[in-house]
Design a binder for this molecule. Structure first.
Ligand SMILES: NC(=O)c1ccc[n+]([C@@H]2O[C@H](COP(=O)([O-])OP(=O)(O)OC[C@H]3O[C@@H](n4cnc5c(N)ncnc54)[C@H](OP(=O)(O)O)[C@@H]3O)[C@@H](O)[C@H]2O)c1
Length: 342
């Protein structure tokens, strides 16, 4: 939709939130619009977006919930998400035209953001596969490493279970736990995802929650010391009754609630006491100050070929919503990215 054109200003095309989405009906809730960019202010950079990161957690920003880990995005605002691209223009110290950066920008051709507020960082141009800045070297990598090693405190020889294990965060958590010497199991939807987890990601076994009787499959797997949970909901209850004593549950995400609007309320809560479990949520912006250290570890594993990431790439800004929906319908294996023409 073209708005009144102001010939003196640069136009942007971006996805705007028109209303709160129901379930995965994003097409009724977001609209692709054109609008002129405001003048660049002190501290701001203008990024030509080359790639958009699709992240399941951003679904919460589209709800009305005020009690989330950050306030919802207002209706009428551009949809926000991580972007990678080149600086077109800068009024921020440390950023110059041509620099490759990652920041919380907008789902559009251009992100005009305050460099500090958007968490903008300069990226090492020698990394040949730029998609890695959203995967192993991005928030998913940091989250997976932190959740397994710090919150889950997984130790060599322990048994680790990961839910949504074939998605971006899960597939990294699986590999990192294995690199730390753990025996790893994944939960995912479908036989092909479970095959990949077992045969390509080093899982000892995989639970296909879409194949029925999750409890029976978990019983066959045996008890777990660490549960890296991306899902919550009824699956969490199944796992709570199968945790080993003194186990840890690292609460990474609650996918079962995001598009359904349900609230995870474990019926098996008493098992936390009975089994002396530690259950702890964690949130990647809280450890952004550790980013360099985490990235160095992840990059070393990546360079040694010890970490891999399958990418699910969609081309074209106009196809963003189709890519986004995959996160909530299980249509992806690995990291979902939208590549834009630059
Ligand atoms: N705490 C943090 O700081 C932080 C940071 C990043 C991500 N996260 C969390 O990490 C999780 C994964 O996010 P992501 O962006 O990496 O997405 P992703 O794992 O690449 O994609 C989501 C996957 O989750 C599975 N899924 C979707 N709905 C489900 C449901 N109701 N029950 C079971 N599985 C379901 C689907 O695979 P199946 O085919 O297996 O169903 C889907 O492919 C999310 O919970 C997100 O909030 C947390």
């Amino acid at each position: 939709m073209a708005t009144g054109l102001d010939k003196t200003r640069m136009e942007n095309t971006f996805w705007r939130i028109e209303r709160r989405p129901e379930g995965t009906d994003f097409a009724s809730a977001l609209a692709l619009v054109d609008a002129p960019l405001p003048d660049l202010q002190d501290g701001e950079i203008r990024i030509r977006n080359a790639m958009l990161s699709m992240d399941a957690g951003t679904r919460l920003w589209l709800t009305d919930r005020e009690d989330g880990y950050q306030p919802p995005l207002p209706v009428g605002a551009p949809m926000t998400g991580l972007v990678v691209g080149e600086v077109m223009e800068s009024r921020a110290t440390g950023f110059s035209q041509g620099h490759l950066v990652r920041a919380f920008g907008v789902w559009g051709r251009v992100s005009q953001v305050d460099a500090a507020m958007s968490g903008a960082i300069l990226l090492d141009p020698s990394v040949t596969d730029k998609r890695a800045w959203f995967g192993p070297l991005g928030m998913n990598g940091w989250t997976a490493l932190w959740g397994i090693s710090e919150t889950g405190a997984a130790k060599a020889g322990e048994r680790v279970l990961v839910s949504a294990a074939a998605g971006a965060t899960g597939i990294l958590a699986v590999q990192i736990a294995r690199l730390l010497g753990c025996e790893v199991w994944g939960i995912a939807g479908g036989a092909e995802k479970c095959r990949i987890l077992r045969q390509e990601m080093g899982c000892k076994g995989a639970i296909d929650y879409k194949a029925g009787d999750v409890g029976k499959q978990l019983d066959a797997a045996g008890g777990f010391d660490v549960y890296f949970d991306n899902v919550g909901g009824p699956m969490l209850d199944e796992v709570l009754t199968r945790m080993n004593h003194y186990g840890r549950i690292a609460v990474c995400g609650l996918l079962s609630d995001y598009s359904s609007g349900t609230r995870t309320a474990p019926a098996e809560f008493d098992q936390i006491l009975m089994r002396r479990l530690r259950v702890e949520g964690f949130f990647s912006p809280d450890f952004m100050d550790q980013g360099e250290r985490l990235t160095a570890q992840l990059k070393a594993w990546l360079d040694e070929g010890k970490l891999t990431m399958p990418y699910d790439v969609t081309h074209g800004l106009e196809n963003t919503l189709t890519a986004y929906a995959k996160l909530f319908t299980g249509g992806n294996i690995g990291k979902v990215i939208v590549e834009l023409e630059t």
